[in-house]
Design a protein around this ligand. Sequence first.
Ligand code: NDP
Length: 461
Amino acid sequence: MTSYDYDLFVIGGGSGGVRAGRVAAGLGKKVGIAEEYRFGGTCVIRGCVPKKLFVYASQFPEHFEDAAGYGYTVGESRFSWPDLIAAKDKEIARLEGLYRKGLDSNGAEMFDTRAEIVGPHRVLLKASGKEVTAEKIVIAVGGTPNPHVEIPGSEHCISSNEAFHLEELPKAIVIAGGGYIAVEFANIFNGLGVETTLIYRGPEILRGFDNDMRVNLREAMEKKGIRVLLNDVIASVSKTGEGLSVKTDRGHELAASQVMLALGRTPNTGSLGLETVGVETDKSGAIVVDDYSRTNVDHIWALGDVTDRVQLTPVAIHEAMCFIETEYKNNPTKPDHDLIATAVFSQPEIGTVGLSEEVAAERFEELEVYLAKFRPMKATLSGREERTVMKIIVNAADRKVLGVHILGHEAGEMAQLVGIALKAGATKDDFDRTMAVHPTASEELVTMYQPTYRVKSGARV
Ligand code: NDP
């Protein structure tokens, strides 16, 4: 029998890679794991986690204003961007330490280096030039912001990576894109007092989300002072004496201190040695895998964003656990990508699980749609003009709940819980016989007894 240096070598120390490496090591496998930047990956180091910390920071000005309605006089407040960055960096360093500790305490060997595949079962550790062998290789190298070099002046733009380390808070920012990252950062910067413009090529932000969520969020963002330019794209970015000048296809000219491109991410598969062993990639560079995350090369697997299935941290972790079950516990398990609850940490947040009305209408003959739009209780005394929107999409034929969409405070938290109900196959009758928790916003989800309207053969009736 051939003997290898490692039972498993993982390339990439992000959510998926660390989970696969740590659990395999805990099962007694000899594991090596290489990471070229920082253990924790995009989510922990320059994604979900620092983003959420920024979201919290950006909400304080509204909290201070709202306090007046509750009898407080809040003194003059001052904000220090460098203090926020320093506090965030400290927390991220702590989390990175925990990721390392988890690997270490389970016996995985960490390499702070880029690693590349140089032959069947062979991995080159770039920093030392050493080659190691492994029975199985897992590629979990994630993705990177697409720099869109075809945009004239793209070299003056930042991506979300740099947004976490700006030396000073910009006075004005232009953000391109209409997806999660663009929308979340537009809200963060606006909340922090930055003059913010969002430019998106489509007719409405957040393509793929339920239309009521998209429209109501965009309107709420505009009310908060974000300028949203739809059906438009950046034509060029150039340097001026004071900062940057952005020209758009539709003739807008905008001055900004920073321009951020959030126009999608590309898989990190360049120069990884995939062609050396014949690992297949698709036209976007993503690694092609089967239902068990296996590549076309029998000893190589790929997990997480690099496979461009669903680019979400919990999905990468789930795929890693399925790999462990299948390969090390003799329990073949396919990742389940159905009914993934997700949140956009905009302000207000979107929390969603299941089908949008638009997609459900294409797939089912008749829908019942329950829609509630109301002023959240906290806004009564604060006087803040805002609305919470909740929507339930039900298949009329069997009353099964197909989708739940929430726009409002803590919508992400609600999506997590209602996701359990949908995963369990709940019907609208199950929602109806659930007692409300009063007074909450989420009680609305179990007290909408009559459909607001129906959709038959794709049309509202
Ligand atoms: P998305 O794919 O969500 O959004 C990319 C945006 O860029 C879309 O609005 C897209 O438009 C637009 N776009 C792409 N190419 C062009 C182009 N050539 N010209 C103009 N516009 C363009 O990617 P993000 O980068 O925002 O996020 C990456 C992934 O990270 C997401 O898919 C998400 O899964 C994950 N993520 C999750 C978060 C969360 O869970 N809260 C937070 C942040 C990221 P169009 O829609 O028209 O194609």
